[in-house]
Structures are given as C-alpha cells and as structure tokens.
Write a protein that binds this ligand. Sequence first.
Ligand code: GDP
Ligand code: IMO
Ligand code: MG
Length: 432
Amino acid sequence: MLPGALNDLGNTSIVGLQWGDEGKGKIVDLLTEEFDLAVRWNGGSNAGHSVKVGDKKYAFHLIPSGILRPDCISVIANGVVIDPLKLLEEIDQLITQGVKIEDNLRVSTNAHVVLPYHKLQDQLGEQKAAGAKIGTTGRGIGPCYADKANRSTAIRLVDLLDDARLKEKLPRIVAEKNVIFRALYNADPLDWQPMFEQYRSCGEQLRPFITDTTKLLHDAWHAKKRILFEGANAVLLDLDHGTFPFVTSSNCGTGLSVGTGLPGRAVNSTLGVVKAYSTRVGSGPFPTEQDNATGNLIRERGHEYGTTTGRPRRCGWIDAVALRYTAAITGATGLCIMLLDVLSGFDELKICTAYSIRGATTDWFGSDALELAQAQPVYESLPGWTEDITKATSYNDLPPNAKKYLDTLERHIGVPVRIVSVGPARHQTLTK
Ligand code: GDP
Ligand code: IMO
Ligand code: MG
C-alpha cells in the first residue's frame, strides 16, 4: 500500500506544522504499514487524531495511530503525560472496535500521570482567567507538566505500580493542592484515599503494558527496526516556539529526543503535516483567520470540529510565513499537504506570503503573540478549481490549478511536497 516513492524515508518523525489537527493521525496510520514501531513522545489526551479505515472511524488521544497495524508496536514514551482513566477508556474502545492491543502496546514507566487535581486546576484556572483564557482542552496537561518540572509534586506511572511509593506521595500532594485550591478558587477539598484506590487499580490494569521504553527504543534502533514518531499538537502550539502563551505545555516539534531518550540522529526524515488551509482551536493570534463566510465554508466542508472537545475550529487561508518558520524549526525534509479536497469549488485561493506589521513588511514569523495579533497578511491570489479531486489516484490526476497551488506553496515554504491527501481514507492519498 505504501508507495515505493516513500521508501527513502528511514526512521521518520511526523509533526504538525500549524496549530494542530493537520491530519497527523491519517499519515501515521498510512505509513505504519511499513514500520515496526510507532512512538508518541509528547502531549497527552489534549491530542485527538481521527483515522478512517473503510467505514470504521477511530479516535486516538494517547495511543499512536500505528496501533491499527497488527505488525507494528505502539509505544507511549516518557515525554507523554498520561491520564490513566483516559488511556484505559481508549484501550477498551479500541478492543470493542476489534483492534489488537494486548501484545502491541508499550507505555513508559517514566511517563508522568495526570491526576484529578490537574484537570480541576486546568478548568478552574481557565474559568478564573475570564478575558485571558488560553482555551485549553481542560485535560490537565499544563498542571501535570508543571508538577513534572516541580518534581516534589510529580507522580509517574512507575509510582502507580507500588502502593508504598504512591502512599508516600499522594496524601502529601493532595493536601498541598487542597490548600492552594481553597485559597485560589474557594474549592472543596479532595480526598486522597479514593484517589489512591482508583489510581493503584489503574496501575494494576496498565501493568502489562508498562516498561522501560527507552531501552526498548534503543534496542529497536540498534536492531535496525523501522521507527515512526507520532508528534501530537503542533509547532505553533510548542511551549518554546509557538505563539506563547497561547500554546500547549510541551515541545511539540522539537522535543523528540527528550520525549523518547533517543538521540536526534536516530531520526532520518521529518515529514511536516500541513492542512491546505489553516485552523486553530482556542485563543491566540491567527493572522489569516477568516471569521466570515469563507471561514464558515471551510469549516463546513472540512468538518472542522475538534476530535477531543467538539469545539468549532477557527478557519482561514494557508499561511506560508508561519509554515516557513515551522518547517525551519523542525528541519522538515518533506511536506504532507492534507485536506486539499476541501478547497475544491473556491473561485479564488489565497496564500499568505508576508505580514505587514505597523506599516513594515516582514516574511519572518516572530512568535510574539502581541506582535502577531497586529500582523496584516499579504496574500498571493491563485485561481481555484471546480473538479472533484477525491477520486484522484495519482498526482497527475489533479487539475492544473491544484498543482499550481501546491507548486506555489512548495516554492514559498522551500520544502518539497511528498504526500497530498484528497480525502480521509487511506486510498485517497497521492505521492509526489
Ligand atoms: P490530527 O490531530 O493532526 O491527527 O488531525 P485530526 O484527526 O484532529 O483532524 C483531521 C481530520 O481530517 C480527521 O477527521 C481526518 O479523518 C480528516 N482528514 C484527514 N485527511 C483528510 C483529507 O485529505 N481530506 C478530508 N476531507 N479529510 C481528511
Ligand atoms: P492534535 O494532536 C488542536 C490547543 C488547545 C488550546 C491550547 C492549550 O489533535 O493536533 P492544552 O489543553 O494543551 O493546555 O490547550 O492548545 N491544542 C490543540 N489544538 N489540536 C491539538 O492536538 C491540540 N492540543 C492542544 O486547543 O488552544
Ligand atoms: Mg487533532
């Protein structure tokens, strides 16, 4: 199924180059037919990756989309923050859908655990932020990563496997959280005891999957197994390189070594996944946003509603300034242009090639959110196409104006297009 045209990739990192939901899940599902391992290394259940196979639809939050391939081992590595309740729910759901999990999933002992107080803090914090909301998914991601950095208030998966370790930590941490939550939000105290019982039970249920994934990955690398890395979230949401503070709490395009324990040279190629237009969920600057009939049309045609929260996604034209930046940050060696079919039927398509900020033109994406909020996009306008492209079986089937759109993007971003997606199904994928 995987076209020979992609045989040169080697160990490959898949990263989103926009604000998430670019179609990473589809690409991971597609490529893992030819890989031995699929590895998630950042974020948590804030991610939502939808994959369509035949008439079945799968939604992934923590488990790599490679799990649909029976010959591929899916690894959740140390850099991911894991909500065990969500992970168990996801495992159950996939088993119900007939997916083989038992021998195919490994989860890192060192992954940090999202606990109820993280989700509570995330939600109460956002409520209190009123006008300054980040628009988080409410999944406790930020507070969990904060506790990881804080160390003394952190719990890792390995702690759930040992009652003594968990009992040493949980009562102390919950007591500390209760003081803070009472003072900040006038919240009722949480009881550590039922939490202890619930999470030790989660540990027991997850025990068969929990292992030292760093060793597993090094062994696999040295045995020349083919490894695919599934990035979650996206570079414009990266904690360091995104539009701070409107970002998530992990490094999404840049933290692969930290999140897996493998050195950078274990990765041979980086495929940047890009929607043929732009979307964003939550708050923050979005220079090419079309908060108008064009944006509404893109949302309806692209079914742009979140996999994780169901929120309508903000929609707009593609932004080559942002993409040049995120391709540079990640060192992307190739692009996957997704959802091209959604643009069929527009008379005119626009590509943002520069910003005008207070009268000065720039083609560099400065990630400062306040500056970006003032950026006026400078567009190159291209003619659209009316043909239905969802049945295209090769790149050459695409209408001339669609090819022109892709060539123009390639020229502005400076990275070759390797894959073009014209529908959610596996077969609706073209290579260039
Ligand atoms: P991810 O978070 O990057 O994995 O992306 P999501 O799964 O959140 O969102 C992408 C959505 O687009 C999913 O519902 C996919 O099934 C769908 N999708 C992927 N590629 C295409 C495509 O080429 N065309 C269309 N119409 N839908 C696609
Ligand atoms: P995938 O992997 C889209 C966004 C949230 C919010 C901000 C912070 O499906 O592409 P968080 O809960 O992480 O603290 O929220 O980041 N966000 C995503 N948006 N797709 C994602 O993941 C996202 N992960 C986080 O909407 O604006
Ligand atoms: Mg998503």
